[in-house]
Design a protein around this ligand. Structure first.
Ligand code: SF4
Length: 440
């Protein structure tokens, strides 16, 4: 349970020196209790007090880093609209160690091809989970070595056999893989192995009570780089476990669940599996191990993840400068839109499909769409005329024609008057651009 401000105050030095940035120790204690400060700001706190205050000053869910830049956890809210989600769910694709070397290579090639560009951002699959399906430590170590040599993605070494992990980990420890799983039966060996190689480890138990007990026992080994696996393997149980873990960590500051949680899909059919994984992305998996590896299946999952893990208060935006599509020339048309990424890239995609090299001039509307920007007074004729004049596009074309979104046809007259350009009202939706250009 979280400590109250007064409980924290009792542990502080009571110098009231203000060096922590708050005028008194009591004010600092209140700030810590509400999660708004770090104990590190007080230079006089004793080691004993630091240990006692750990639960008050630590983030509700510890950040766990592994592999090639993968970060899990460090979330502070239950709902995205409360603030934002920070670390997108790490997506890993499993490879069983029972596959032949050729099959493993084919799977790695498929995983390597999973790269996507969407609304100006580039995405790849985060990692590969090597699964001990053989029961043979030698075979597991061999598969891990082949996967490590064949991919730069983050690695998860997954076996309940401490001997298999011991055989495979030393050769790839410099890649800082996530390993698992530490269970009631093997946790001392597996956690100590993780501690020895300074890699994070999955703590797995059947059910939340057993998981909390096992985490507390594992913590006593002097290591806290944990990822939790509540052992559920059906969608309903997994969703319930993920939700309970997040609620207890955020709302109750229940320290045993203050770690990222990993989920494993159960469905074999790819579309059903992606639907299942989508549920876990929304609530509240820090990592998911998948079987599906086809582009058509992974792309929608990544799009959903991207949508959930953007800051709702900061829409993704493109630079509000003159953009070109294709080999533009002095006859190229000029489209006006906003700098909201989804809007801009929808327009750009359709302009590309029209096969007419064109200019697109996104107006800075703080990342809002056309109608929202117009309603908020951010897409006004004066502003568009100003952006147009500053863009320098007038020097690049031998015409004075502008195409504006159909939704703001109402501004065409005033824009024409202010800018001196002929304003052409385009389609309302970007999907109408191709037919619009054919009719021009
Ligand atoms: Fe108190 Fe430490 Fe802040 Fe000084 S720096 S006011 S001792 S909490």
């Amino acid at each position: 349970m979280a400590l109250t401000g007064l409980e924290i105050y009792k542990q502080l030095p009571k110098k009231n020196c203000g060096e922590c940035g708050t005028p008194t120790c009591l004010a600092f204690a209140m700030a810590l209790a509400s999660g708004k400060g770090s104990l590190d700001a007080c230079p006089y706190v004793t080691d004993e007090a630091r240990e006692a205050l750990d639960s008050a000053s630590a983030p509700p869910i510890k950040a766990i880093k592994f592999g090639n830049g993968s970060v899990m956890g460090d979330e502070t809210v239950l709902f995205r609209h409360d603030k934002t989600f920070y670390h997108p769910t790490t997506l890993l694709i499993e490879i069983a160690d029972t596959l032949s070397a050729e099959e493993v290579q084919a799977k790695l090639d498929e995983i390597k091809s999973l790269e996507f560009d969407r609304v100006g951002l580039h995405y790849t699959i985060d990692g590969v989970a090597v699964v001990d399906a053989s029961g043979s430590p030698e075979q597991f170590a061999k598969a891990v070595a082949q996967v490590a040599a064949g991919t730069e993605r983050s690695l998860l070494l997954l076996s309940n056999n401490a001997d298999a992990l011991q055989a495979a980990l030393p050769g790839v420890a410099d890649r800082k893989p996530l390993i698992g799983s530490a269970t009631e039966a093997n946790y001392e060996a597996v956690v100590n192995l993780a501690k020895e190689h300074n890699v994070p480890v999955i703590i797995k138990a059947e059910g939340l009570d057993a998981l909390a007990d096992l985490v507390e026992k594992a913590q006593k080994l002097g290591y806290k780089e944990f990822v939790l696996d509540p052992g559920a393997r059906t969608p309903s149980q997994t969703l319930a476990s993920l939700t309970h873990c997040r609620r207890l960590a955020i709302k109750k500051k229940f320290r045993p669940f203050g770690y990222p949680v990993i989920a494993f899909t159960s469905k074999a059919e790819p579309l059903a599996e992606i639907t299942e994984a989508s549920t876990y992305v929304a609530k509240y998996a820090s990592a998911i191990v998948l079987k599906a590896s086809a582009k058509a299946h992974i792309l929608p999952l990544m799009a959903l993840r991207q949508n959930l893990y953007t800051d709702p208060q900061k829409p993704i935006q493109v630079e509000p400068v003159l953009h070109t599509v294709g080999e533009v020339n002095e006859n190229s048309p000029i489209y006006i839109t906003t700098n909201f990424s989804l809007t801009y890239y929808s327009v750009e995609g359709e302009v590309e499909a029209s096969k007419i090299p064109s200019y697109i001039l996104p107006v800075d509307t703080d990342g809002t769409s056309v109608l929202t920007a117009y309603a908020a007074g951010k897409f006004e004729p004066e502003k568009i005329a100003d952006v147009l004049a500053k863009s320098g596009v007038a020097d690049k074309v031998n015409h004075r024609n502008l195409i504006i979104p159909g939704y703001v046809a109402v501004i065409s007259g005033k824009l024409q008057e202010i800018s001196g350009w002929k304003v052409i009202v385009g389609p309302r939706e970007s999907s109408g651009i191709v037919s619009f250009t054919r009719a021009m």
